[in-house]
Design a protein around this ligand. Sequence first.
Ligand code: GRF
Length: 230
Amino acid sequence: MTPDVSSSGVNDSFEAASLMSPNLSLPMPSVHHPDAPLRLGIMASGSGSNFECIAQAIANSELNAQIQVMVYNNPNAKAAARADRLGIPKVLLNHRDFPSRESLDEAIVTVMQNHQVEWIIMAGWMRVVTQVLIQAFPRRTLNIHPSLLPSFPGVKAVEQALTAGVKIAGCTVHYVELEVDSGPIIIQAAVPVLPNDTVETLHARIQVQEHLIYPKGIALAASASTQPRP
Ligand code: GRF
């Protein structure tokens, strides 16, 4: 990809190292049926800040989509309160109530299908997903990861980056495949690692960029999809 050195207008962004696709300086790509918003199903386990930023991008008409439902697995997830505040339906599927990863994924697929979801958007989902989910939504399941993949997949990605001593970190929106954090990359953004960074300060800098690229990544994936819309 060609580096895009245009300003994002965000403090602490590392403009010269931005890895965003060059066509992102153009208007958001249109989806197959411009009048029909993408029907998104969110999966979240924690804070849900990406979930809310996607909802905000929709409200600002930056993304032609609607969030049909937010599935969460942790009863204490702050994402649940965000869903209530945003007026978005939420469904708790506590992984502790399911005997296997596959059975949890079957329940998720059922909820998503019952809510007419087209695209599954994993936004801080902290469980490994199985073929059950991926096959039900082939090339229609996206994830965001707080590293410049393929570097630092898996858990504690920000800590891995600090430990490795990299000078540039970032985030990646990608298609979900069976191997964790391995699917084709849709969009990335980079940030500098500063000398006194902690996991918290670096993650906060990365999250500013996550909130910018996830709505763009969803639109890019939709515009690139060759499948008929379900
Ligand atoms: C993000 O850093 C994302 O990259 C990772 O989990 C975090 C979720 O943050 N997969 P939030 O819940 O969206 O605030």
